[in-house]
Design a protein around this ligand. Structure first.
Ligand code: IMP
Ligand code: MG
Length: 182
């Protein structure tokens, strides 16, 4: 791991992540046999998860990305407002979509995106999330494929950031409170 004084501890090592990602990929491969799902990665946090997951999924897939923001710079909780910064480029009408997200916290981001894709007449929308913090949920959102359930601690690494930092850490790490509560 790249040493960093703001990191409290490793929650999941790169190796643990890879093992779990493979299991999640196998579930998706089974469930979508004979289909060609549209994978919609949620930027920016999910970029590494999408890359690792899809290289383990044994299906033909279309890959696209949507970029939303719900945190203002330097915050660790959602503002409740989800702003669409970059839309999908592919048409999701009639498609079986799998939304791929790094972490489900309040659930607001994913429930908004899912609602939007269903309004656009996607045939189905399922959710694959690497992490979920159930204790922080504000709206109910069904996670169809989940990597790990985590406690209410702010995590970074493996694509996830705090104020755009720490995304390239290989492990999923807990950030020291002092790093964001100053
Ligand atoms: P939600 O709308 O509250 O579910 O927020 C989800 C988004 O907030 C996720 O896609 C992440 O980008 C971000 N987020 C939530 N918790 C964390 C965390 O612990 N570390 C980094 N990003 C987080
Ligand atoms: Mg995210």
């Amino acid at each position: 791991m790249k040493a960093h004084s703001d990191i409290k501890r490793i929650m999941f090592s790169a190796r643990q992540i890879q093992e779990r990602v493979k299991q999640v990929a196998d579930e998706i491969t089974q469930d979508y046999k004979g289909k060609r799902p549209l994978i919609a990665g949620v930027l920016k946090g999910a970029w590494i998860f999408v890359a690792d997951l899809l290289r383990q999924v044994e299906l033909d897939v279309d890959v696209d990305f949507i970029c939303v923001a719900s945190y203002g710079g330097g915050r660790t909780y959602t503002s409740g407002e989800v702003t669409l910064l970059k839309d999908l480029t592919l048409d999701c009408k009639g498609r079986d979509v799998i939304l791929v997200e790094d972490i489900v916290d309040s659930g607001i981001t994913l429930s908004r995106i899912k609602e939007m894709l269903l309004e656009r007449k996607a045939n189905s929308v399922r959710i694959a999330a690497l992490l979920s913090k159930p204790s922080r949920r504000k709206v109910n959102v069904e996670i169809n494929y989940l990597g790990f359930e985590v406690p209410d601690e702010f995590v970074v690494g493996y694509g996830m950031d705090f104020d755009e930092k720490f995304r390239t850490l290989q492990d999923i790490c807990v950030l020291k409170k002092e790093a964001y509560s100053s």
